[in-house]
Design a protein around this ligand. Structure first.
Ligand SMILES: NC(=O)c1ccc[n+]([C@@H]2O[C@H](COP(=O)([O-])OP(=O)(O)OC[C@H]3O[C@@H](n4cnc5c(N)ncnc54)[C@H](OP(=O)(O)O)[C@@H]3O)[C@@H](O)[C@H]2O)c1
Length: 316
């Protein structure tokens, strides 16, 4: 068994990562950390996980670390760790200059392997550190990848997301009366979201992504919508053929269809004269965070990407 520690296990991505670790046949959870929740049992915070490990501030010795920490904290801790690391924060996704610009801190060294499995399983053989993609970035990149050689100079996208996307600590902007029954573009992040450069880099550049993130009255789920002339259902079906973590739908997908699932649902709606709109639905905590992180570990280990991913999510 591979010994796993989840750092930041009292947060939302930490909890979702735990769910996939605890359900994996080859992984053994040996420790979980927290900050202000240290000292509590996991079962007190996340009863459905039914796990009595006590959250600590000390980092246990493990073979693999999942960093489910706020931006800046992951980069601070990473140099002290050996073994394999999957960082769910944005700290290792961008180069030094972009990290300074978008995350406002200094990080030395090159970015880590950008862990979107669709960019190629072969890339995992030489590394032991992976930067897990951002949640919006995952949905956007999957929407654009099949068209990456035929994108216009400017791509415009809108993405709606649920409240878990903002983490477990409440703020003025995430308070229930503000978010419930409300659709609101992200303050300060319209055309300025840190996931836009991630997607531009992941696809090799050559275009600008104009992205509008909107908070929606859901707990989990992201739906991105991208008008993309020339996109066809057939092209997407061919590109993602045999990929168990992407389902191509012949209509626009919805977030309920991916709730609790490691899969992304993509829909391509074609109009007349080459008009087309690409939609992507993911669960921000699964394909956008925890399950994708465990897929990344599977690939680092040389295992099948979907090892431990067979559980079906709840219905409806
Ligand atoms: N939420 C999403 O949908 C999503 C998706 C993809 C990626 N991400 C990224 O994943 C990371 C975690 O996000 P999240 O939503 O899970 O955040 P979160 O719910 O706020 O959880 C943060 C975790 O980090 C711990 N922590 C806070 N400050 C710390 C410190 N100084 N030292 C050590 N531990 C500390 C917290 O412990 P206490 O609770 O005990 O204070 C908690 O366990 C972020 O970088 C986020 O951008 C989030």
């Amino acid at each position: 068994m591979i010994r796993v520690a989840v750092l930041g296990a009292s947060g939302y991505t930490g909890a979702e990562t735990l769910r996939w670790v605890l359900g994996h046949p080859d992984l053994l959870l040996i420790g979980a950390t927290a900050n202000k929740h240290a000292g509590k049992k996991l079962s007190a915070l996340w009863p459905s996980l039914n796990c009595d490990i006590v959250l600590t501030t000390e980092i246990p010795q493990a073979d693999v670390y999942f960093l489910c920490l706020p931006h800046g904290e992951a980069a601070k801790l990473a140099p002290q760790l050996s073994g394999k690391i999957i960082d769910l924060s944005g700290d290792h996704r961008l180069d030094t200059e972009q990290t300074r610009r978008w995350y406002k801190f200094e990080r030395a060294g090159a970015p880590w392997l950008y862990g979107l499995p669709e960019l190629g399983h072969h890339r995992y053989a030489e590394v032991d550190r992976v930067a897990n993609p951002g949640c919006f970035a995952t949905a956007l990149a999957l929407s654009l990848l099949p068209m990456h050689r035929a994108l216009p100079n400017v791509v415009s996208a809108v993405g709606l997301t649920g409240s878990t996307g903002s983490g477990a600590s409440p703020t003025e902007g995430t308070h229930h009366p503000t978010r419930a029954e409300n659709l609101r573009p992200y303050k300060d992040k319209v055309l300025k979201h840190q996931h836009a450069p991630e997607v531009e880099n992941a696809l090799g550049g050559g275009f600008r992504l104009d992205f509008v993130p909107i908070s929606a009255p859901l707990r989990r789920g992201i739906l991105v919508t991208i008008p993309l002339p020339g996109a066809t259902l057939e092209r997407y079906q061919d590109f993602y053929a045999g990929n168990p973590l992407v389902r191509i739908c012949d209509a626009a997908p919805d977030t309920l269809g991916v709730l609790g699932s490691p899969r992304a649902d993509l829909g391509i709606v074609e109009g007349e004269d080459g008009q087309a709109v690409v939609f992507c639905a993911i669960d921000n905590l699964c394909r956008g965070a925890g399950s994708q992180a465990v897929v990344n570990l599977n690939l680092l280990m040389g295992w099948e990407a979907t090892r431990g991913m067979r559980q079906l999510p709840p219905v409806p």
